[in-house]
Ligand binder design. Structure first.
Ligand code: SF4
Length: 181
């Protein structure tokens, strides 16, 4: 897996102050994607063990709430194979930090074992390590710049632990307040 960039002390992609990792590769090709260069799986730099170490170190300060992975598409199957062991490290070496993933795939696609495009042996282990999944493609016609943490109204902010416990989608209502102007 390659990655395009890492933002440290990021406050735009999830709650609090976070490290944000933008991975490369995306097959959704949404109209007016904000990050078109990341569609190419070979864009950017290789995601090495040293890069993992740097991200995990960045999570150490108590004022850092956690890690957000976006892209590109973190949940392309090729990326899942790298993100799963990385998140296992994060859970072990940076316990207590929240983990968010942004995916153009919706929850129903990711959890469908027959969906050969995005479901793999890594999908459920990854979901089980998340606090929040922001799901759905960016839909230009539903773009709304007043939304917190998402670009278009179709996207959902899913409370993953509660969703897994209850067996049906639970939205993280606390993050749905619109921005104040
Ligand atoms: S899923 Fe995200 S990165 Fe991929 S095309 Fe859509 S907006 Fe761009």
């Amino acid at each position: 897996m390659n990655y395009g960039r890492i933002f440290f002390n990021d406050i735009a992609n999830g709650i609090g102050c976070r490290t944000a990792l933008f991975v490369s590769g995306c097959t959704h090709h949404c109209k007016e994607c904000f990050n078109e260069e990341t569609w190419d799986f070979s864009y950017g730099e290789p995601f090495t063990r040293e890069v993992e170490d740097k991200i995990i170190q960045s999570l150490e300060p108590s004022y850092i709430d956690g890690l957000t992975i976006l892209g590109g598409e973190p949940m392309e199957k090729a990326n899942q194979a790298v993100i799963r062991p990385f998140l296992e490290r994060v859970k072990k070496e940076a316990p207590g930090k929240t983990i968010w993933i942004y995916s153009g795939y919706v929850w129903e696609e990711l959890t469908d074992p027959d969906n050969t495009r995005c479901h793999s042996a890594d999908t459920e282990p990854i979901l089980s390590m998340l606090d929040i999944l922001v799901d759905g493609e960016f839909v230009l016609e539903k773009k709304n710049i007043m939304l917190h943490f998402r670009g278009s109204e179709n996207q959902r902010i899913i409370d993953v632990p509660q969703t897994l416990r209850s067996g049906s989608i639970v939205l993280a209502d606390r993050y749905y307040e619109e921005k104040r102007v």
